[in-house]
Ligand binder design. Sequence first.
Ligand SMILES: [Zn+2]
Length: 149
Amino acid sequence: MEWSDDVIARLRVLWVEGLSTAEIGRRLNVSKNAVVGKAHRLNLPPRPSPIRRGVEGSASPRPQAPRRAQGPTLPPLAASMGGPAPTLRPIMSAPKQTLRATPCCWPSGEPGKPSFHFCSAGSVPGKPYCEDHAAIAYVRVRDRREDAA
Ligand SMILES: [Zn+2]
């Protein structure tokens, strides 16, 4: 039996296609043993197992073998590389306090005179004046708007 390049090429193709060695032998007009031996010398890849060939019903599906990670697992060091997680510090620790503590900044008296001072009563939350002065201020604003209209 001569293995010409052409026959070898056909052997490779049929081998990859998954034909049985006997079938390949028939097509190449060589014995099955010649096919096996030649394939071995050619270092052809291992044949895919003939799962669909005549074993239907007889072979139970193989349970998936758990894949084991090769090599060492991740060292626990990696988890602590960044140091301890930063604790969230409440930035707004004293939130509403300032609103209530702002003194009324309504000017009283004439500027430049010793009697001049700010009202400095507790202001309405969210407004710069105390309740009384806020009422005056916003009435004035409203009056101005009505005058302008
Ligand atoms: Zn006031």
